[in-house]
Design a protein around this ligand. Structure first.
Ligand code: ADP
Ligand code: MG
Length: 361
């Protein structure tokens, strides 16, 4: 850094300082290391990445890492650039991509090589999440697909002249095809929401109208599940939002409450104006079996289910709450989950009120 500059003529010094300033604005860490592997210069990004000023420290004392030390040595001996990635630090452990470049001419301060360090942690995590996601999607599609193929073969062979079995098998095939199409629809929804993540919806929505429409569309399901849906709200509360996406949010939450609620139970939907009218809170509660605490933080992960078999048997894709989370985030809202085993669960969505919100609430 500039404090270590030798006493040069004024213009040259200003010139050097300008260049050092440029190096300080670069987004990746740069360390200059001398022949004893001591850091003789570092830019600001290096201080940020390492959470300390590495000036004067030995490379091995900073990283405590044999691999890195060996690489520095190798690049020193072979006089060529070396690139490698290593894990460093604890809580959080960072993935760092290092490039070690020997300097042709040893500088006056004894600089022997330049190390650039790039923090790859987020990129590596994203890649691993993507890989898991693709593996999960393939698995979820393969199961109904192999059932379909199996039944097609049976219908072409042993069951060809058995109309009773054929009818039954076709019913199963229709259910499996419907499951695949639900999955594809949910995947498309997710990618559409992700693509629009940066755009905040600005339309005005009447929560009460929206919830009534959702409840109406789930009335048959409520009847089948022998559940009652009760709504308490002051109508006329406006939130900022996209009608289709918000319908998806509350459809998923109310459908879950019906699916995982208790037979002859009650699903309550309550709307309240909070934070002096700047936000609107919508609670969807059931008095079902509840969710154990260890699962609560993971429910919005794609394909995460407390009971896989049960979710599948009820036609779930395991993507509902992931969709809800993404939509709520796009609306700059909040999703909260509270649950007590044996008593039930409440999923709450907090949304910014629309500026023209009714003062009657
Ligand atoms: N109201 C609820 N009560 C109990 N468990 C719930 C409730 N809502 C969601 N869950 C749990 O969260 C999981 C993920 O929900 P979701 O993403 O909607 O997937 P799906 O409903 O397709 O299984 C469910 O499989 C279930 O285990
Ligand atoms: Mg669901």
């Amino acid at each position: 850094m500039s404090k270590n500059l030798p006493n040069k003529p004024k213009r040259l010094r200003a010139h050097l300082e300008q260049h050092l300033h440029i190096l300080d604005t670069l987004p990746f860490a740069i360390l200059q290391v001398n022949k004893k592997y001591k850091v003789v210069w570092a830019n600001l990004a290096a201080n940020d990445l390492l959470q300390m000023d590495p000036f004067g420290l030995r490379v091995e004392d900073i990283f405590g890492n044999e691999i890195l030390y060996d690489a520095v040595e190798a690049s020193d001996e072979d006089n060529e650039e070396v690139r490698f990635e290593f894990e460093w630090g604890q809580r959080p452990t960072l993935s760092i991509l290092a490039t070690v470049t020997p300097l042709q001419q040893t500088s006056s301060q004894g600089g022997r090589m330049i190390m650039t360090l790039q923090d790859m942690t987020t990129q590596r995590q994203t890649e691993s999440v993507r890989a898991d996601f693709v593996a999960n999607v393939s698995h979820e599609l393969r199961t109904p697909l192999s059932t379909l193929v199996g039944f097609i073969e049976t219908l072409q062979g042993p069951a060809r002249d058995d109309p009773e079995a054929s009818g039954r098998f076709l019913g199963i095939m229709r259910d499996q095809a419907a499951r695949m199409s639900r999955l594809v629809e949910d995947l498309l929804s997710l990618s559409k929401i992700e693509m629009n993540a940066a755009v905040i919806p600005s339309g005005a929505l009447d929560v009460c109208d929206l919830l009534n429409t959702v409840i109406e569309s789930l009335s048959l399901q409520a009847e089948t599940a022998k559940q009652q849906i009760v709504i308490s709200t002051n109508c006329g509360q406006l939130v900022r939002g996209d009608a289709d996406e918000m319908t998806q949010v509350f459809w998923n939450l109310v459908e879950n409450a019906l699916k995982y609620g208790r037979e002859n139970g009650k699903v309550s939907v309550a709307v309240k104006s909070i934070n002096n009218g700047t936000d609107v809170r919508i609670d969807v509660s059931d008095n079902g079996e509840g969710i154990e605490e260890e699962h609560l933080n993971r429910l919005t992960e794609r394909f995460y289910r407390v009971d896989k078999g049960r979710s599948r048997a009820m036609g779930g894709t395991g993507l509902g709450l992931a969709i809800v989370k993404h939509i709520v985030a796009r609306h700059r809202g909040q999703l909260l989950v509270a649950s007590k085993v044996g008593e039930g669960s409440t999923f709450s969505v907090i949304l910014p009120a629309h500026e023209d919100h009714s003062s009657s609430s």
